[in-house]
Design a protein around this ligand. Sequence first.
Ligand code: ADP
Length: 545
Amino acid sequence: MLGLMQSHPLMISSLLEFAARYHGDTPIVSRRVEGDVHRTTYAEALGRAKRVARALDALGLAAHERVGTLAWNGYRHFELYYGVSGSQRILHTLNPRLHPDQIAWIVNHAEDRALCFDLSFAPIIMAIAGRCPQVKHWIALCDADAIPPALAQAVPGVHSYEALLAAQTDDYDWPVFDENTGSSLCYTSGTTGNPKGVLYSHRSTVLHAYAAALPDVMNLSARDSVLPVVPMFHVNAWGIPYAAALTGAKLVFPGPALDGKSLFELMQAEGVTLAAGVPTVWLGLLNFMRDNALRLPTLQRTVIGGAAAPASMIRAFEEELGIHVLHAWGMTETSPLGALCSLKNKHLAMDRASQFAIQVKQGRPIFGVEVRVVDGNGVELPWDGKSAGNLLVRGPWIASDYFRNDGPSPLRDGWFPTGDVATVDADGYIQITDRTKDVIKSGGEWISSIELENIAMAHPGVAMAACIARPDPKWDERPLLVVVKREGSTLDRDELLRFYDGKVAKWMIPDDVVFVPSIPLGATGKILKNQLRQQFSAGKAQPGA
Ligand code: ADP
């Protein structure tokens, strides 16, 4: 027997309609490529998103066609999120930090019909336009008179976004269709093999937005002012542009200025209560605030994810700055929120050290995401906080396949293998010990590179640390620590290795330390371990320098 409830499909457009109706005057603040700070509201954003939909109609884009974006976090990108998906086209966010060859490959694979870009990325557009013949419309996210002559010459017929919108009205009714329709597309950075496209649906996006807003997740409300440092081209800025509209939270977009000083000033000026980003970005902010003895009294919490948040960073935020850290785990294929670390009632009476020991974990799965940890034979491991195995997930916002996938299905018996190695404890808290490809296999045992990095990062002389496997004739692999020293530090190899005494078993202590001026970061701000492995494979290292 069916229930007797109305059947309304979950539509992305309804999120913005809701925000405009009930939070119409709530600000959306953006630092722009133009250099200034721009202010708009949910009500105005709705009108402009409708103009986007009409402009795409006028350009002849059909339903389901892909509209690429190469853009920073800002109000125009936000309008495209809704105008493109809401009108049943597919928003394809591209990562501008990739090499132009890779961007061209992804644009062609996705068969983008239009591509909208911030002017900072004009050089990329000029490099790829000739190689992407199926893109019919190149749209610069600026006024008509701001289009540089060189761009107009290199890309004949390039449109001005503002001119396209000015030619339209906001008289538009959002179409209503099957909630399982594709809404947005994001390619994984593809550290191995070609990038793979993850195609989200209206249903998965709206359910994920509900989940993101929950108290034990981001705890979003109409009283928040939210700054996603995480780019809108990196898994939809972790869903914040949708979850903020769902709750009516104020949005603050940092544009291209992601250094500690710029972030601090924007957060202070806009009373930001919640910010979200990868650990490497937070290092910049932490250092700036420390060096200048600054505080952000409004900032209550930061979501840190995308890579392991070092224990030292969690402590610094909490103890030095009074900002609560929410450690989160997810991936492009999981929309991305899979687990988030918040304490339970029974943890509240614990001392801070015990609470920190929980906070370094990646947290409990959010309702809607089921997890399993299995060994190499697919046998489920106990949830004892010790048994490490491959992490599998499933749920309504987990990918079922890749876009235009010619290969086999990524699923195993309906579960998505994450490529992460994890433990789960009796309370369901996940701890990621490694990515499968980064784990260090020494004498038949696995050493967690994340654990060794965490310890190094806790040393006051260390600014950044990465631990990689170095081939070893006796043990197969041994850990090598690659370290960027804090400015002015006199730290040496022996002192750092002694720092491990008593913190891990002796055989887990890295064999050696290499000090480097910088560590290479990938397009999403994560350490490029494969590059480090190439650079420091046996024989090439200059240890202890
Ligand atoms: P890519 O896989 O291309 O790097 P993703 O953004 O999808 O891009 O990365 C997902 C991966 O990032 C996860 O599989 C996991 O290895 C890592 N990751 C994400 N969050 C965390 C976290 N809090 N701690 C440790 N690793 C994390």
